[in-house]
Design a protein around this ligand. Structure first.
Ligand code: NAD
Ligand code: DAU
Length: 349
């Protein structure tokens, strides 16, 4: 079995690569990643010497390159995570999201189709998507696999579009596809532009914690290791043409999450109770900010037996421990271009 994982040097991708390398030593895993600002080979240092691992630096926006790679490598399966993934960046630069998330995905579909011809026996194209395609919930209800798409940000619109193309290739060409739509992930190796690692880093450096709006938006948080396990189960046991929602049944308003994070950080850093929370600073809301995401993952639980393994309190504490222990990783990814991004996004503070 030879699986191509795209975006394997990113946050979730690196956990998926690690999970597959360790769980399936008989598989060959090729990690294809362009190493954008979000891709980092340091995320895979513990596994990159394994004999069944291969890294290829390359861009999914280069269709000819993908066709060659597929011809040479004869992949049995694809797990496609490569994407531009940050909502705030999509608001500043939407076109980049269309190019990578939509056109890049179509390039990959074309390469798989050309390579596999119509011999789909044992083949699988697994597209990793997000709950943001469903739009925003009010105070009640959950996203199911039947919820109509209603994306609001350029990021979620690009992911929704890529999902439609993946389904279209199944319906039109019988390509053996499967899609999952997951809620917010947290854990080690997440780039500190996203809420949790950004706030951990700012607390360490006593910098303001920029809370958008009133901090009332709600997200459903899942430990990234549990997402990788769900991807394994869906890759191996999911049905062609199906969609599976993945979520932690773990809703937190941003401000409640931030207060919990501040309490954990106070303890870990030996600060007085309440010290970190003083850094909370309410700032202008994100444009088009979705109020609430919450996933109904009962299909995945019922049909494939997947359940999250860890409580949020425990997972968040493990995550804080990881960032504090890996201060050098954080230091490396926050030097250089990050400083420019941070200034543009949050001002000079
Ligand atoms: P990330 O930004 O951490 O990583 C993305 C990776 O893709 C990086 O390694 C980057 O170098 C690579 N990449 C970007 N453009 C590329 C290109 N043109 N060619 C090749 N590689 C390229 O993202 P993430 O948070 O790990 O998300 C991974 C996937 O999971 C994305 O498709 C995202 O939409 C989806 N997702 C993320 C979350 C979340 O909470 N982070 C939740 C649900 C779904
Ligand atoms: O729901 C899945 C999605 O979760 C993924 O598809 C995306 O790739 C991923 O980035 C994430 O999107 P969010 O926009 O929900 O995540 P983010 O960490 O950017 O923000 C989480 C919440 O925190 C959101 O309500 C905005 C708020 N926030 C975020 C930042 C960066 C702040 O209040 N301040 C901030 O500085």
């Amino acid at each position: 079995m030879h699986i191509l994982i795209t975006g394997g040097a990113g946050f979730i991708g690196s956990h998926v690569v690690r999970h597959f390398l360790k769980s399936y030593p008989a598989y060959t895993i090729t990690n294809l990643d362009a190493l954008t600002y979000a891709g980092n080979l340091a995320n895979l240092m513990d596994v990159d010497a394994l004999p069944n691992y291969r890294f290829v630096k390359g861009d999914i926006n280069d269709g000819d390159f993908l066709q060659r790679l597929f011809r040479e490598s004869r992949f049995d399966g694809v797990i496609h995570l490569a994407a531009e993934s940050h909502v705030d960046r999509s608001i500043s630069n939407p076109t980049e999201f269309v190019v990578t998330n939509v056109l890049g995905t179509v390039n990959l579909l074309n390469a798989a189709r050309a390579c596999w011809q119509s011999d789909f026996e044992g083949k699988r194209f697994y597209h990793i998507s997000t709950d943001e395609v469903y739009g925003s919930l009010g105070r009640e209800g959950l996203f199911t696999e039947q919820t109509a798409y209603d994306p609001h940000s350029p990021y979620s619109a690009s992911k929704a579009s890529s999902d439609h193309f993946v389904r279209a290739y199944h319906d039109t060409y019988n390509l053996p596809v499967v899609i999952s739509n997951c809620s917010n992930n947290y854990g080690s190796f997440q780039f500190p532009e996203k809420l949790i690692p950004l706030f951990i880093n700012n607390i360490v450096h006593n910098k303001p914690l920029p809370v958008y709006g009133k901090g009332e938006n709600i997200r459903d948080w899942l430990w990234v290791v549990d997402h990788a396990q769900a991807i394994d189960v869906i890759y191996h046991q999911g049905s062609n043409g199906e969609t599976y929602n993945i979520g932690g049944h773990n809703e937190w308003s941003n401000i409640d999450l931030i207060r919990l994070l501040c309490r954990i950080m106070d303890t870990k850093l030996g600060r007085a109770a309440g010290e970190s929370e003083k850094l909370v600073t309410y700032v202008t809301d994100r444009a088009g900010h979705d109020l609430r995401y919450a996933i109904d993952s009962s299909k995945l639980q019922r049909e494939l037996g997947w359940v999250p393994s860890i409580s949020f309190e425990k997972g968040l504490e493990l995550t804080v421990d990881w960032y504090l222990t890996n201060a050098e990783w954080l230091q490396n990814v926050t030097s250089g271009e990050y400083q420019h991004y941070y200034k543009e996004m949050y001002g000079a503070r």
